[in-house]
Design a protein around this ligand. Structure first.
Ligand code: DAH
Length: 338
């Protein structure tokens, strides 16, 4: 057992005893003698310093000195606090329960967002945030949506006058990220998005997405599949089965959607998976060369892959929440359940 370990033990013991010591001069004296006295714990440790290996001695000595000033300081704080402590009034019933202190809780959407960030964090992704108020260029044009492209109809946009709009997806961040940073990039971009949709239990005019973007010299569809399969297994468990279906997005080529096998055991499974057992959880693909170019990245040198997922629905699935509107009403009776 090294002396360093003993030092930490003595520190922990001191903290313990100090915390439980009743205020007063007697406690102070008792602790002072036990730790700083001539035959106290610290003297004991100092006497062992001679037998520590030469190479470890400077560090051990330093730690020991630190412990000594720590104990000395804490004790003198304790002494002055004791001196100021008011006399205990005998008729306070200390066994009465305290007043509850209201505390907040983490929004379910934020919880999922944090979980996703943590998983991709372990794969080396960092987090990047872009604006919610956007221009057509970042939300559509630079993402390879041509002006009359029918894909623009996929998303009902809120326009703010002529120039600006509320972003309809977090893919706008792809362009900002490429403009602001040089590749290689490996980033996760969470945020709120807006679509002019009727509000009901299943859809809302605002919701949340997390976008992912990797730009590097040798990325591939294989890496995309490996990364996203790993993600699904981290999120839903190691036995999670996934599949990729070909799809279409203007900003990726080829494009795909990833499903996880949810199961078909209960009535709820039927409802959620529309009787297929499969659940679509994200869209993805290899970044279109036009998009790389729009972001100032040379498509002859770099390739990229991207993915995007909706987190409100993930939270609804996790906690069996039947109505997306709860997320935006700020009702504490709902929020404090998570
Ligand atoms: N932006 C798409 C949406 O809002 C989601 C998406 C699909 C993002 C494919 C991507 C992607 O990055 O590669 O539905």
């Amino acid at each position: 057992m090294s002396l360093l370990t003993d030092i930490e033990k003595v520190r922990a013991e001191f903290d313990d005893r100090l915390q439980s010591a009743p205020a007063g001069d007697d406690s102070f004296e008792e602790l002072r003698i036990a730790f700083l006295g001539r035959k106290g714990k610290l003297a004991g440790l100092f006497s062992q310093l001679g037998s520590v290996k030469q190479t470890e001695r400077p560090l051990t000595g330093k730690q020991l000195n630190e412990l000594k000033s720590y104990v000395t300081e804490r004790l003198s704080e304790f002494q002055s606090a004791s001196a100021e402590a008011p006399e205990v009034v005998a008729d306070i019933d200390v066994t009465l329960p305290g007043d509850p202190v209201p505390h907040g809780s983490i929004h379910p959407v934020t919880q999922i967002e944090n979980e996703v960030k943590a998983i991709f964090g372990r794969l080396g992704f960092s987090v990047f945030y872009g604006p919610e108020v956007e221009t057509d260029r970042y939300n559509f044009e630079a993402l390879n949506f041509k002006p009359d492209h029918p894909a623009r109809d996929m998303q009902d946009t809120f326009y703010l006058g002529q120039e600006q709009l509320l972003r309809t997806h977090t893919s706008n961040n792809q362009i900002h990220a490429m403009e602001q940073m040089d590749p290689p990039l490996r980033i996760l971009m969470p945020g709120r998005v807006f679509r002019n949709e009727a509000i009901n239990a299943r859809s809302h005019c605002q919701f949340h997405q997390i976008e992912g973007l990797v730009v590097d010299r040798n990325t591939s569809m294989a890496e995309l599949k490996g990364t996203l399969t790993y993600f699904a297994r981290e999120l839903y468990g190691p036995d999670t089965v996934t599949r990729f279906r070909p799809s279409y997005f203007p900003f990726t080529e080829p494009s795909a959607e990833m499903d996880v096998y949810w199961g078909l055991d209960t009535e709820r499974d039927y409802r959620i998976t529309k009787g297929t057992g499969w659940l679509e959880i994200l869209g993805c693909g290899m970044v279109h060369p036009n998009v790389l170019e729009a972001g100032g990245v040379d498509p002859d040198e770099f390739t990229g892959y991207a993915f995007g997922m909706g987190i409100d629905r993930m939270a609804m699935l996790k906690w069996d929440i039947g109505d997306i509107r709860y997320f935006y009403e700020g009702d504490l009776r709902f929020l404090t359940q998570f």
